[in-house]
Design a protein around this ligand. Structure first.
Ligand SMILES: *Cc1c(COP(=O)(O)O)cnc(C)c1O
Length: 492
């Protein structure tokens, strides 16, 4: 694109009097708004012709990088290809034109979709029921923890205020626990990256509400001690919460419900086909075992004979004025079109093919790990599941950091992996290829990672200066965070 245009705001192309539209002649005469409703000053809007507007936004959209542009190995974020058929189904007017306030008898099909998805997700995860209401993973975590808190409180067990979270956990886990008014207790990992059961034991007691785990964990490792962990937590009266944001490696193979988890959340926008990133629409459904069903938020779709109905929020007023039911966590039934995409995705794979997701995601991750282990430091040398972590380049003498490698990858047209997370390793580089990449694109990535390792040895300055092929070069992260300029100032 024309570099002179880059970084400009649409306001900078503005000229008084230019227009991108003209209204048709009106046959209805002139009608004035009441004076009290008129604005006193003109709105400060850019005045541009249509072509300028089209070019401005088209050029900006070209600076975006998404799964549809190239390989996007962002560990713990599952940036995978989302089949277009799911988009087509979500765009059908019969679904996209629905209004959430329509009477139940006019939306039986939509309710059936929601009900069937609740059932399908229950079968996939080994739970007894699901709510599709939460809007994102973190929102699901909050919902799940509120369910757990309500469960304990309904039994008069009000001392349980602590939530155990491993040091490798996704940042939203401790954040959600804190938002829910619970106290976070960290459990350490062993040198092998698994929950340290010996460190866990002394933390247990009658003040533990739950443990939040993800399995495979954030290092892509299967928590093999999960039966013992489940037993320990349940024996002390706590519940097990499963962060299933990235369910790919397990799909159709094993189920959190069978591992002893009581509550599960999933990210439909990671594992079940909805493009994500940039704050787009998501869905973080929460599944529970039977004993927690009554605490699921409302509204909730149930089947009554051949009809689908919606259980309304509880309006009971207990004598002590407190209801343990969680009621609303969102407006209506969540992000319906995201839920619909997930349902279409599950049906299009079918129970035969959904079983291939996990093994392929696992194979791809292990293939990259083994292919690059001579150039990059592998701190935990185990068979991984869908993702794994390198600790920077193997040769530490070059001074080239994980940040430099990540920036250089951009020059080669790849998105960088997740870097400096998890916090267990100082130069962490977390790679998740997902099951949707072909061997060709994975081989290209491996090749480029090898070239970068060679550059680090031979021409390290090249990496320090990267990226050089992107519209803007390396930004000062600290300055951008500490002195961010969020408001446009017109210097003219
Ligand atoms: C992405 C992710 C979350 C949070 O999901 P959001 O939809 O971004 O709120 C939670 N846990 C794990 C492991 C994740 O990867």
């Amino acid at each position: 694109m024309n570099s002179k245009l880059y970084g400009k705001l649409i306001f900078e192309f503005s000229h008084p009097g230019r227009k991108a539209y003209s209204l048709p002649k009106n046959d209805f005469g002139r009608h004035e708004f009441p004076e009290s409703m008129k604005r006193r000053n003109d709105a400060e809007l850019p005045e541009c012709d249509e072509l300028t507007v089209v070019r401005h936004y088209t050029n900006h959209s070209g600076n975006n990088f998404g799964v549809d542009n190239g390989f996007y190995p962002l560990g713990s974020c599952t940036m995978k290809y989302n089949p277009i058929i799911d988009e087509e189904i979500a765009a059908l007017p019969a679904f996209s034109n629905l209004h959430p306030m329509q009477p139940e008898q006019t939306v039986q099909g939509a309710l059936e979709v929601e009900y069937n998805l609740q059932q399908a997700l229950s079968t996939i995860t080994g739970m007894d029921d699901f709510t599709l209401n939460p809007y994102a993973g973190a929102h699901g975590e909050l919902t799940g923890l509120m369910i757990i808190r309500s469960y304990h409180e309904s039994r008069g067990d009000i001392k349980r205020k602590k939530v155990i979270v491993p040091d490798s956990a996704h940042g939203t886990n401790p954040a959600s626990a804190a938002v829910c008014g619970l106290e976070v207790v960290e459990v350490k990992s062993t040198a092998d990256g698994l929950v340290d059961v010996d460190h866990l034991k002394p933390l247990l007691g009658d003040d533990i509400a739950a443990i939040m785990l993800t399995n495979p964990n954030t290092l892509g490792l299967f928590e093999k001690d999960i039966p013992e962990i489940a037993n320990l937590i349940h024996s002390c009266g706590g519940l097990l919460y499963y962060d299933g944001a990235n369910l790919n490696p397990l799909l159709g193979i094993s189920r959190p419900g069978d591992m002893g988890f009581d509550v599960v959340h999933l990210n439909l926008h990671k594992t079940f086909s909805t493009p994500h990133g940039g704050g787009g629409p998501g869905s973080g459904p929460v599944g529970v075992k039977e004993h927690l069903r009554e605490f699921l938020p409302k509204p909730h779709v149930v089947k009554d004979g051949n009809r689908f109905t919606v259980e309304s929020p509880c309006c009971c007023r207990k004598s002590d004025g407190y209801c343990f039911k969680n009621n609303r966590i969102s407006t209506y039934l969540g992000n319906f079109l995201v839920n619909l995409r997930a349902y279409a995705y599950i049906l299009s794979l079918g129970k035969e093919n959904i079983k291939n997701v996990g093994p392929l995601a696992t194979l791809n991750a292990n293939y990259i790990k083994e292919s690059l282990r001579n150039d990059y430091e592998l701190p935990i040398d185990l068979v991984c599941k869908h993702e794994f972590v390198f600790n920077g380049l193997k040769d530490k003498s070059t001074g080239v950091t994980t940040m430099d490698v990540a920036k250089r990858l951009l020059d080669y047209g790849f998105h960088a992996p997740t870097i400096y997370f998890p916090l267990l390793f100082s130069e962490a580089m977390m790679i998740e290829p997902t099951e949707t990449e072909s061997k060709d694109s994975i081989d290209q990535f491996i090749e480029v990672m090898r070239v970068i390792a060679k550059e680090a040895r031979e021409t390290p300055q090249l990496l320090k200066d990267a990226p050089v092929n992107t519209p803007i070069g390396r930004v000062d992260d600290v300055l951008a965070a500490k002195q961010s300029i969020l408001v446009y100032k017109d210097d003219k």
